[in-house]
Design a protein around this ligand. Structure first.
Ligand code: ADP
Length: 430
């Protein structure tokens, strides 16, 4: 007989034996009364413990299992142990879940778990942002009710997920998403969304850049080719005409050369493996050289001034600084009509070394200013070409500025002139 039954039967047997003894001594009525009262008291004891259990079951709190007594004490103590283990398990699961949630929110991608009918079972924070979801309200909702863009709905419907879907969202921020679906488990799917806006932008820039370079090279090449063919077809061309043709070919070749030079400069500046050479550059001496070159380029057509108000040396690459300073000065000369005034200035502003070129030239309308440093962006294409521009000068200046942690400020008014300022950080002052 099991321990339980042994303990359970002790009480009724003892009461029964005592009642039989009482029957022999005092007769049947006292014995029956004795037996009835003790058994009722036992019944009441069990009912009381059962009530405690009922009460606890109505709102089971792992910490508040009743104590009980006798056989019930055993049962309650086992229940208590079970609840303690359960609590520990639950805490372990909660910690694992929290870790999972933290890991998925650290993921650079949006993640949504979908069931067989494309209903959302779970999603991370980035998915909330990518699809404009609500992480609590939208659980159980069909994802296509919430992200309704036709391409997306169609992608889910076709069930062919071998290629990711590139989705240009129609939302205000207009982000571009790459969406992948991975099947797992039984009819479950993992939707992964990556923000590729920046990559797309770079890809578009790359395509535009190749198109621009080809376009820039095509014109001079067509001209040179035309002359070569003419000279080929007419070997006895008059000397005068031949010289004119050669001159024009020479101009186009120079144009291609400066374009290639600027492209190579840009690619050198963009190369991460090519760090800035840190030299102590004597800017006032450098500006004096540049100023002289400017005078030659202007051919006395402009009034050039040089104002050196600081003797600060600059820590940076002499060659790059020369290129940036010269670019700004040659632009001022090229975009300032004859007799205009151009001032080169080296000074300090609140401890920051500044190089500034001010001209009284044609100026720039405000809508163009933010785009001036884009490659091949020109306000007036023909004027830029006529003066030998490649459309890359300010892109080069911007890169050099970035490499020296400097800021390029442009203030300009159409018809009145422009001021281009390079502001270097104070720590570059030597
Ligand atoms: P570009 O070779 O065409 O001069 P840049 O990158 O140097 O190319 O300059 C971009 C455009 O910015 C120019 O085409 C011109 O329209 C404008 N720009 C630059 N500097 C000046 C200036 N000092 N005055 C007026 N416009 C300027």
């Amino acid at each position: 007989m099991s321990d339980f039954w042994q303990r359970a039967l002790v009480y009724p047997i003892v009461v029964l034996v005592l009642s039989l003894l009482l029957w022999a001594i005092a007769g049947d009525l006292p014995a029956a009364l004795f037996f009835g009262v003790l058994m009722l008291w036992r019944l009441f004891f069990h009912l009381r413990n059962l009530a405690d259990l009922q009460r606890w079951l109505a709102s089971p709190d792992t910490r508040d299992v009743p104590d009980g007594s006798g056989l019930w004490e055993d049962a309650f103590s086992k229940l208590n142990k079970m609840m303690r283990n359960l609590r520990k398990e639950r805490e372990k699961h909660a910690a694992a879940l929290l870790q999972m949630e933290q890991a998925t929110s650290a993921l650079p991608d949006g993640v949504v778990i979908l069931d067989a009918s494309d209903r959302i079972e779970w999603c991370n924070l980035l998915a909330v942002q990518h699809f404009g979801l609500d992480a609590t309200r939208d659980i159980g909702q069909q994802i296509t009710y919430l992200a309704r863009q036709p391409e997306f709905v169609q992608y889910l419907a076709t069930r062919n997920f071998s290629e990711p879907l590139i989705l240009r969202t129609t939302r205000q921020d207009g982000i571009v998403l790459s969406i992948k679906l991975i099947s797992y488990g039984k009819d479950k799917r993992l939707l992964i969304s990556s923000d590729i806006t920046q990559l797309e932008r770079i890809e578009t820039m790359r395509r535009d850049f190749v198109a621009n370079v080809s376009h820039e090279l095509r014109t001079p090449l067509t001209v040179v080719n035309g002359f070569v063919e003419t000279m080929h077809d007419m070997p006895h061309l008059e000397n005068d005409m031949a010289r004119r043709a050669l001159n024009l070919m020479g101009d186009q070749t120079i144009r291609m050369e400066s374009l290639v030079d600027d492209l190579l400069t840009l690619s050198r500046l963009e190369n991460d493996q090519n760090p800035v050479r840190e030299e102590a550059v004597d800017v006032s001496a450098l500006l004096k050289e540049i100023f002289k070159e400017g005078q030659v380029l202007s051919n006395s057509k402009h009034q050039l001034h040089l104002e050196i108000e600081s003797d600060a040396k600059l820590s940076g690459s002499r060659e790059e600084l020369r290129s940036a300073f010269t670019n700004l000065l040659t632009n001022a000369i090229r975009y300032t009509p004859e007799a205009g005034e151009i001032t080169l200035r080296w000074a300090e502003k609140e401890g920051c070394p500044t190089y500034c070129v001010r001209d009284s030239g044609i100026g720039i309308a405000p809508q163009h200013i933010p785009r001036l440093t884009e490659r091949f962006y020109r306000v007036d294409r023909s004027r830029s070409r006529e003066t030998g521009g490649t459309g890359l000068g300010l892109a080069i200046v911007k890169h050099i500025a970035m490499r020296h942690q400097a800021k390029l400020d442009v203030v300009s008014e159409e018809g009145k002139g422009s001021t281009f300022t390079l502001v270097f950080p104070a720590r570059r002052r030597q």
